[in-house]
Design a binder for this molecule. Structure first.
Ligand code: FAD
Length: 447
């Protein structure tokens, strides 16, 4: 457990014992207390999950996965653009549990561990199709692997930076170590890498993933859970993906017991939440770069992705993403990028990337995509996502309980699995106490 979780108020970081037991798992809205859980009869739990990005799909997976045997669970996902239509689908796909100064993030260890598990689940769902176990139609259109395990390297960019990185690296997490390497070792890892201050910081276990394929694979894993459940006839599960915009919470048809809002930067566009969430928007453009097919040059297969003032997330021998710009308070939610915006992004990103990897100039620009980060307030523990039951804010249907899982900022991949799991548990129990108070304290400040 990290020092942060040890001081987490009423939340101990351990799973509450009720979650380990089969039996009643849903407490009707506004009447719930965890103590009353065991006396309630079984009844179907109907959930609507708004948003099919990292947050939404993680919650869906964990709701299904942890539904006790014999129970009835129905989950409807709503996303106006389908799976990965928001920031998740276009993100750089870089995952590690550190700040830019390689300091472990709050709950970094737990989040890292749970993220690896969910990535593994998604990969297994793809592998099952590859081996023909679950039909192969989808697989033929999909990348075989969703994870590139070549680590990430960050060269120090000035003397002060070198000191801070060295100091922090010496306190790295055992599950994702940070090695200080000298120039020769760094250039062995990636020829042509510039190491201006003689040292770079290498995270061999850090990952680059293909975000859209990953999201599609989580959805497959969810479908597999539903199928397994059907085959074993020990309960009933339904899962539906609705490509539909939810413009206000009253629009959602059907009687839900729980509505979980995972709309990323667009969460506060719901009229019920407008002006009530401490989120700032930040649009980011990513440039897709390729090496010409007629050259023999390739990004070395064993080489890590790069973090610096601009990052390079390697996607293949001749494919990488270069990111990202930071346009604060943008209200442009479109993934499309105009010629003018791409050209501005290239002018900003190329010089930054060239400082560390001059070879980027040999790559050609293939196009750009953009997404909007939902940035939560900075606290002494860092930028923490916003979670919690928001019945007080919503004033919705009295029979329904409303939950928020937003503000994943620039670290959605790290946070989504662990916090999605906690959120699913909170929903299932109808009880917010399973969430660390640091993640729900934003609500007290809003009052
Ligand atoms: C340029 C850029 C690069 C990034 N790179 C990384 C990275 O390398 N690593 C990392 O960990 N994080 C990265 N991030 C951050 C990460 O992308 C976010 O933290 C994460 O995607 C947030 O996930 P989410 O599910 O909360 O939101 P989203 O992915 O935005 O999902 C919200 C979903 O809600 C849907 N939606 C919105 N409004 C409605 C509505 N009214 N009705 C129905 N559906 C609706 C959208 O279509 C969308 O699919 C990056 C972000 C950006 C912008």
């Amino acid at each position: 457990m990290t020092a942060a979780t040890a001081t987490a108020g009423s939340w101990s970081g351990a799973m509450p014992p009720t979650l380990l037991l089969p039996g009643p798992r849903f407490l009707p809205a506004r009447r719930a207390t965890s103590a009353a859980a065991s006396s309630l009869p079984q009844r179907p739990l109907r959930c609507a999950v708004l948003g099919a990005g990292f947050a939404g799909l993680s919650v869906v997976y964990h709701l299904l996965k942890e539904s006790p045997a014999g129970s009835h669970l129905s989950v409807d996902i709503y996303d106006k653009g389908g799976v990965g239509a928001g920031a998740s689908g276009i993100s750089g796909g870089l995952v590690h549990p550190y700040s830019p100064k390689v300091k472990p993030l709050w709950l970094g260890e737990e989040c890292w561990e749970e993220c690896l598990k969910l990535l593994g689940v998604a990969q297994t769902a793809i592998d099952a199709r590859k081996s023909g176990a679950s039909g192969s139609v989808w697989y033929t259109n999909c990348r075989e692997r969703i994870i590139r395990r070549r680590g990430i390297i960050r060269p120090a960019v000035d003397v002060k930076n070198l000191d801070i990185l060295s100091n922090n690296a010496s306190n790295c997490l055992p599950s994702c170590v940070v090695e200080r390497v000298d120039r020769d070792a760094a250039q062995n890892l990636l020829p042509n890498l510039v190491v201006p201050y003689g040292s770079a910081f290498y995270m061999p276990d850090a990952l680059s993933i293909w975000p859209l394929q990953y999201l599609q694979a989580i959805l497959l894993a969810c479908k597999d859970l539903v199928e397994e459940n059907r085959a074993s006839s020990i309960g009933a599960m339904d899962l539906n993906l609705n490509r539909k915009s939810v413009d206000c919470l009253h629009d959602i048809e059907g009687e839900y017991d729980a509505v979980i809002i995972c709309l990323g930067a667009e969460s506060d566009l719901l009229p019920e939440l407008s002006g009530k969430l401490p989120l700032r928007t930040c649009r980011g453009v990513i440039a897709h770069m390729q090496l010409p097919t007629n050259t023999r040059e390739c990004y070395p297969d064993q080489s890590p992705s790069i973090l610096s003032d601009a990052w390079l997330a390697v996607q293949g021998p001749k494919d990488l993403c270069m990111g990202s710009t930071w346009e604060w308070r943008s209200r442009n939610y479109s993934a499309e990028v105009s010629e003018e915006e791409s050209s501005r992004a290239l002018q900003e990103l190329l010089p930054k990337a060239s400082v560390i990897y001059p070879k980027i100039k040999d790559w050609t620009f293939e196009g750009a995509r953009a997404g909007v980060r939902a940035m939560p307030p900075n606290t002494t523990l860092g930028s923490l996502p916003l979670l919690g039951c928001i019945d007080d804010l919503v004033q919705g249907k009295p029979s329904c309980r409303y939950w928020l899982f937003a503000g994943l900022g620039a670290r959605g991949l790290l946070f989504h699995a662990f916090l999605g799991k906690l959120m699913a548990q909170a929903v299932r129990l109808g009880c917010e106490n399973v969430l660390p108070p640091e993640l729900t304290s934003w609500k007290r400040k809003q009052r």
